[in-house]
Ligand binder design. Structure first.
Ligand code: URA
Length: 436
């Protein structure tokens, strides 16, 4: 006897497993409106408390992937590999990584997201480039991947619509933090892109959704396992997000910093994450025999300018002004620059990265409601960070603000985000471990 929707919800509430076809029916009903939002929200809460097995999570991921169009890029020659980050503050890696990997011979079809909570989003950063269009048709996306080697677009109604709908419900029902729901959400979109493999950057620390390495490891392991279950190559890197990545936070500032990576002038931490993830992508794509060779190949693509050339072509193909790759004055600039100064002598022992992210949102770099309009020019540039010795009065951060009031608020928030000590904090590796 087929179980009804209330029976399926009750089964999950009581910790019982669902069959793959029951999960498929539930998702299909949700997308078509026969399963109501209230029922889906109750189901999400039951999953949050009771969890899901690996097989249930694979079934949920595939059902969500199949709720829309699954691209077939098989007629485009060469391997297609994408990268996804679980989200952080100052994480602009996709913007330099995709052109560098494409310059090394692996195509990167990338469907990206917008800022989520305190974290920034690739689409918002791309839209800081004057004229850049992220809303492409699937056909145009394919053409740009074929001609340029990489294309970065937003999730359309055609790609994994069940995720868009479920995510919106989770966002307002306290059910974002469920690991199986996060896995299905991330992978359903990525598996719809027509890729051969996926490299994941699972962030952990005060600026990440997974605050502890244990939770991040659990998420990474399930992401890799479910991606394998769906027949894709997948590896995950656990990387530290206990301080903003790089110096810039804010859309235009971050996009400029990513372009600096392409010119060999990027901050060391952004370059290290880019090169580590990129090397995994090159090995997965079959163009390098191991990650040591892959890292060297990516550094060559920085040194010889081939990554920057691909970035100019991709930006032009998507309607943007390619001069941004070389000329930061093309970006919008905030009218005010306000310094955040050290309040004492000593070492910075911690930066509350969640607080930095929320300060960025309050400044106008992110949204608190879906309809909020982002100011691409505002944000922060960090001169000092965790582990640095500082002197009272020295500039730690420059706030780029639209007006004096918001600038002053951001200064106050950033002052509160800094912890000082009398000795340097223990150093922690940026790349913690590789899963898969
Ligand atoms: N990113 C996603 O795409 N989905 C989640 O559920 C969390 C982070």
């Amino acid at each position: 006897m087929k179980r009804t929707t209330p029976e399926l919800i009750a089964a999950k509430r009581d910790g019982l497993a669902l069959d793959p076809h029951e999960i498929q029916d539930l998702i299909a009903g949700f997308v078509h409106g026969t399963v109501h939002d209230s029922q889906m929200a109750a189901f999400a809460m039951a999953v949050l408390f009771r969890g899901m097995s690996r097989d249930e999570t694979v079934a949920l991921t595939l059902a969500m992937r199949d709720s829309g169009r699954v691209l077939d890029l098989a007629d485009i020659p060469g391997a297609k590999v994408d990268k996804h980050s679980t989200g952080g503050v100052g994480d602009k890696v996709s913007l330099c990584l995709a052109p560098l990997v494409a310059a090394c011979g692996v195509r990167v079809p990338m469907v990206s997201g917008r800022g989520l909570g305190h974290t920034g989003g690739t689409l918002d950063k791309l839209e800081a480039i004057p004229g850049f269009r992220v809303g492409l048709s699937v056909e145009r996306f394919r053409d740009v991947v074929r001609e340029v080697g990489t294309c970065m677009m937003g999730q359309t109604a055609e790609i994994a619509p069940a995720d868009g709908k479920l995510y919106a419900l989770r966002d307002v029902t306290g059910t974002v933090e469920s690991i199986p729901l996060i896995v299905a959400s991330i992978l359903s979109k990525k598996l719809a892109e027509g890729i051969d493999g996926l490299v994941l950057d699972v962030k952990t620390g005060s600026g990440a959704f997974m605050k502890t390495p244990e939770r991040a490891r659990e998420l990474a392991a399930l992401l890799v396992d479910v991606a394998h279950g769906a027949g894709k190559h997948c590896v995950a890197w656990l990387t530290r997000m206990d301080r903003p990545l790089g110096r810039a936070v804010g859309n235009a500032l971050e996009t400029h910093e990513a372009m600096e990576v392409l010119h060999g002038r990027g901050p060391e931490d952004v370059v290290d994450v880019t090169v580590a993830l990129g090397a995994s992508m090159l090995v997965m794509g079959g163009v390098c025999k191991d990650e040591t060779v892959g890292r060297a190949r990516l550094r060559e693509a920085i040194a010889d300018g081939s990554g920057a050339r691909i970035a100019r072509r991709m930006i032009e193909a998507q309607g943007g002004d390619p001069r941004v790759v070389d000329d930061p004055t093309v970006f919008a600039k905030a009218p005010l620059e306000v310094p955040v100064r050290a309040t004492r002598d000593g070492w910075i022992t911690a930066v509350d990265t969640y607080a930095v992210g929320t300060a960025g949102v309050a400044l106008g770099a992110g949204r608190t409601r879906a309809e909020d309009v982002i100011d691409p020019a505002v944000g922060f540039v960090f001169e000092r960070t965790t582990g640095d010795k500082v002197t009272r009065g020295e500039v730690l951060v420059t706030v780029h603000a639209a007006d004096a009031q918001r600038g002053a608020e951001a200064v106050e928030r950033l002052e509160g985000a800094m912890t000082y000590g009398d000795a340097p904090p223990p150093s922690v590796a940026l790349l913690l471990e590789r899963v898969g």
